[in-house]
Design a protein around this ligand. Structure first.
Ligand code: XMP
Length: 527
């Protein structure tokens, strides 16, 4: 979700479970840092990613009982290379350095790091010399994934090598007292037993119990929310998407009627969506359903430019939301469904300049002019964890597994002007596509699927008559993170059924095409 502005105060660490021990992952810029976090969480251990310049005191204040240093693109001796507060490495808490993390540990603790001459990238046979601790349960030789230019040439005092490869005398090191380094990447799939290496570090070395479960998260989060919200009142914009739904359900469970959810139906939702949101949440939380399609469509009349559509919908949404907030009265808090990748991404956006491809209006991050404190109970969770927490809270599967849907809704899936009639056409085509994907058991296999109504009209023939109808495009993609995506290889027979049904059941449409563009160069949405 988009980051709110400076007038919204945020309580850092909301719902970070205080009682449970935490692993800190220090980020040295590796593309795999998030993957380390996911692997740790999959071992049911709570972890957070920190910038590499975090201090030992800050980690202690957060209850950190184990540290993992990520890999990174730098070379430890180059000017400006990211360092570490040396007190983190003083041996009081267990540390595992991965790739650059291992090199940094070696350099700081008195060893020596040198360039290898030629970068090593790919699988290597790891010969394990010490099968205890980190490598407990592994074979004498295991496949491990390498991606590095430098290597540890001399170990720091007190360390010994615990694994080798043909190229590396020190592919892993240990001081025998809880400090380890591995030159390979245990977090990637290409290191088949890497997850066990990480688990050994977490369970055997750090002594964690693996008790961080969805139920444990809910228990911690409820206590934390009750403490931070106290007897104040909160408001939440419910979009029907999984993040805001889970955030709202969690806060409602914590404070009951002191949360009011506002569901603004802008008339740009998919078939049956508004009804489903009301049916699901109307009975379990205090819900205000605002039917606002008239005013949104009135403002969109005659507008074809995608960015203009987004701006109008964004503004109108804020207006609607503020009106509702005023009607509800004394509200001090705004609940948002921000999740961990948003937090990490906005942090890295602060340090990078990037071209704006399209403005992502997001219904969660809006009311800039309201003086509200932001509550983000999911800001430390990955998407799959949000779904598990949602299941724990009893939210139906249909909502938890729903594909992402853009804030401006169908308006950015209608190329050209948005009218009621064109919305009805698109909704009908889209519903058929999704229904057939579900019937073929493909809905969860693709990350996002939808129909697009194009302004193209083409000639067709139906019965003995010439038609001149609309062109609908179908888009289905596979992706991990929505930053890059590939078109999904939906089987021809499924596409044939979808196409036949659309041209038969949706009168305005006489031609259907399938979008075979990847992102980049295309984007997932058409506008
Ligand atoms: P693109 O089209 O940029 O989409 O490849 C990437 C992901 O973002 C979603 N998307 C949006 N989400 N407001 C949103 O909340 C928007 O304006 C918006 N535009 C795109 C898109 O559905 C995909 O999941």
């Amino acid at each position: 979700m988009s980051a709110p502005d400076a007038r919204l105060h945020r309580t850092e660490g909301q719902s970070a479970p205080r009682r449970r021990a935490t692993v800190a992952i220090l980020d040295y810029g590796s593309q795999y840092t998030q993957l380390i976090a996911r692997r740790v969480r999959e071992s049911r251990v709570y972890c957070e990613i920190f910038p590499h310049d975090v201090t030992a005191d800050e980690l202690a204040a957060r209850g950190v009982a184990g540290v993992i240093l990520s890999g990174g693109p730098s070379s430890v001796y180059e000017p400006g290379a990211p360092r570490i507060d040396p007190r983190i490495l003083d041996g009081r808490i267990p540390v595992l350095g991965v790739c650059y993390g291992m090199q940094l540990m070696a350099a700081v603790l008195g060893g020596e790091v040198a360039p290898e001459g030629k970068r090593e990238f790919g699988p290597a046979a790891l010969e394990i010399d010490d099968p205890s601790g980190l490598f407990e349960g592994l074979g004498a030789s295991e496949r491990a994934w390498m991606s590095h230019g430098d290597t540890v040439r001399r170990l720091p005092p007190g360390f010994h090598g615990i694994a080798r490869t043909e190229r590396l005398p020190f592919a892993a090191m240990s001081d025998g007292r809880g400090r380890f380094g591995v030159q390979f990447h245990p977090e990637v799939m290409h290191t088949p037993r890497g997850a066990e290496v990480l688990r050994n570090f977490l369970y055997r070395v750090c002594g964690f119990e693996g008790d961080w479960t969805p139920a444990a998260f809910v228990e911690d989060a409820l206590a934390e929310l009750r403490r931070t919200i106290g007897d104040r009142h909160a408001i939440c914009a419910l979009s029907g998407g999984v993040d805001s739904a889970v955030a709202a359900a969690l806060v409602a469970r914590a404070v009951g009627d002191r949360l009011t959810c506002v569901f603004i139906d802008h008339g740009l939702l998919r078939a049956g969506e508004a009804e489903e949101v009301v049916a699901t949440f109307g009975s379990r939380l205090r819900l205000v359903h605002v039917e606002a399609s008239e005013r949104f469509l009135a403002r969109l009349a005659g507008v074809s430019d995608p960015e203009r559509k987004r701006a109008i919908i964004g503004e109108e949404f804020i207006r609607c939301f503020e009106e509702q907030a005023r009607r509800i009265g004394a509200v001090q808090l705004l609940v948002q469904g921000t999740i961990y990748p948003d937090v990490i991404e906005s942090r890295s956006r602060e340090s990078k300049t990037s071209a704006r491809i399209k403005t992502h209006h997001n219904v969660g991050g809006l009311p800039e002019v309201m003086d509200l404190e932001v509550v983000e109970p999911l800001r430390r969770l990955f998407k799959d964890e949000v779904r598990r927490v949602g299941a724990e809270l009893g939210i139906p599967e249909d909502i938890l597994w729903r594909h992402p849907f853009p804030g401006p809704g169908l308006a950015v899936r209608i190329v050209g002007e948005v009218t009621r009639e064109r919305l009805d056409t698109l909704r009908a085509a889209d519903a058929i596509f999704l229904e057939e994907l579900r019937a073929a058991d493909l809905y969860r296999a693709v990350a996002q699927a939808f129909a697009v109504l194009t302004p193209v009209r083409s000639v067709g023939v139906m019965g003995d008559y010439r038609t001149y109808g609309a062109l609908v495009a179908l888009r289905a993609v596979t992706t991990e993170d929505f930053m890059t995506a590939d078109w999904a290889r939906v089987p021809y027979d499924v596409l044939a059924r979808v196409s036949a049904r659309i041209v038969n059941e949706v009168p305005a449409v006489n031609r259907v095409v399938y979008d075979v563009s990847s992102k980049p160069p295309a984007t997932i949405e058409w506008e």
